[in-house]
Design a binder for this molecule. Structure first.
Ligand code: ATP
Length: 355
């Protein structure tokens, strides 16, 4: 096992890239520490699979380097990288039994039979496949087959990294939660670096210690789920993570004071003067907006029930600001005022948080 380091990486599928849009991955450097549980999170087309394929060696990056520990592997083929990969759809041998499927990656590498047996039974037990080891894979449901795929990825002890590319896509919704928690548990037990690719924030936030958020070929933030929630470095992180996502509102700055639609918005520190043509925005999550005796005047435009709280759409002229109100707390009738928690109100310039 070793740390994986991506250095000044860029990738284009176009022969002679010229514009920004020609780059599927824009310049990035990312270190994945040994034994970490990572999620690679972003919407369809942001470059997740491209990045995964560069780590596994299926793609050679246009520029930049890939290092595994002290060794540069940029041009090394996948079979020499010592990586396990689990794909969206099950990769199983239908004619083999569950046991044979799980033992295949080990037997293939010449591991002694008793060791193979120990490992197969251990992984099968963790995935609740213990009772069906002698059954043929052909007879299993899609869920069962994907569990075998997961098992085949997890069974080797000597890998540098296990990569999961949207592995729960074919899994029945009620089993998704079970398998997700199982994977987390397995990571804690076996301690191998894992990278879990998904466009689903719930999957990412429940599995990972560190979430790598991608947007249009760029890594916009790497952080713990709490960091992504409390201090989104980019407005994209703010609205992609959270439900509902962060309110992003137009901002002006006068003498260090942030203003929204002419109304002062308190921040912890004065906002430094900014030059140029940057677009300034205020970001505040609905969790940190509340009704107040004074503040920004609003009309209540809509209320929806989300169980333990209600999501209120408060309108100030053409802007809608969402806030959460706990179940049972009275809502003001008609006109009201709202205030933002200064400790959780951030200013963004061209999408990036201003420190
Ligand atoms: P998805 O979740 O839909 O798989 P993704 O985040 O994994 O999306 P990629 O598949 O890495 O994104 O795609 C990133 C960009 O590169 C997209 O614009 C995509 O159209 C483009 N792309 C991906 N593979 C190829 C290819 N083989 N040839 C040309 N362009 C490609």
């Amino acid at each position: 096992m070793s740390e994986i380091s991506l250095r000044d990486l860029r990738h284009s599928y176009v022969a002679n890239p010229t514009t920004d849009a020609d780059w599927a991955l824009k310049t990035m450097s990312v270190d994945w520490s040994d034994g970490g549980a990572y999620a690679l999170l972003g919407p369809s087309g942001c470059g997740k699979t491209t990045l995964l394929n560069i780590i596994s060696g299926l793609i050679t990056p246009t520029t930049g380097e890939v290092w595994f520990g002290e060794r540069e592997v940029t041009d090394m083929p996948p079979d020499q990288r010592n990586i396990a990969q689990v794909f969206q759809f099950p990769v199983v041998y239908d004619t083999m039994t569950v046991y044979e499927n799980l033992s295949f990656p080990l037997r293939n590498r010449g591991i002694a039979a008793p060791e193979v047996d120990r490992r197969v039974r251990e992984i099968a037990a963790m995935l609740d496949l213990g009772e069906m080891l002698s059954r043929r894979a052909a007879g299993l449901t899609a869920d069962g087959k994907q569990k075998i795929s997961l098992g085949r990825g997890l069974v080797r002890e000597d890998v540098n990294v296990i990569m999961f590319d949207e592995p729960l896509t074919v899994i029945d919704p009620h089993l998704k939660w079970v398998l997700r928690s199982k994977l987390k548990e397995l990571h804690q037990k076996i301690g191998v670096t894992m990278i879990y690719v998904t466009h689903d924030q719930t999957e990412a936030l429940t599995f990972a210690d560190q979430v790598v958020v991608m947007h249009e070929g760029t890594v916009v933030q790497i952080g713990t789920p709490v960091e992504l929630f409390e201090r989104p470095r980019h407005t994209f992180v703010g609205h992609f993570i959270g439900s509902p996502g962060m309110n992003v509102l137009p901002c002006a700055v006068e003498n260090g004071q942030a203003l929204f639609a002419g109304q002062p918005v308190p921040t912890v520190h004065p906002v430094a003067h900014r030059d140029g043509d940057e677009t300034l925005e205020i970001g505040v999550r609905p969790e940190f907006v509340s009704f107040a005796p004074e503040g920004i005047p609003v009309e209540i435009a809509a209320v929806s029930d989300a169980g333990r709280y209600r999501i209120v759409d408060a309108r100030h002229h053409e802007h809608v600001i969402k806030l959460l109100v706990p179940e049972g707390e009275a809502l003001p009738a008609g006109s009201a005022h709202i205030a933002f928690d200064p400790g959780h109100t951030q200013i963004y310039a061209d999408g990036w948080m201003v420190d």
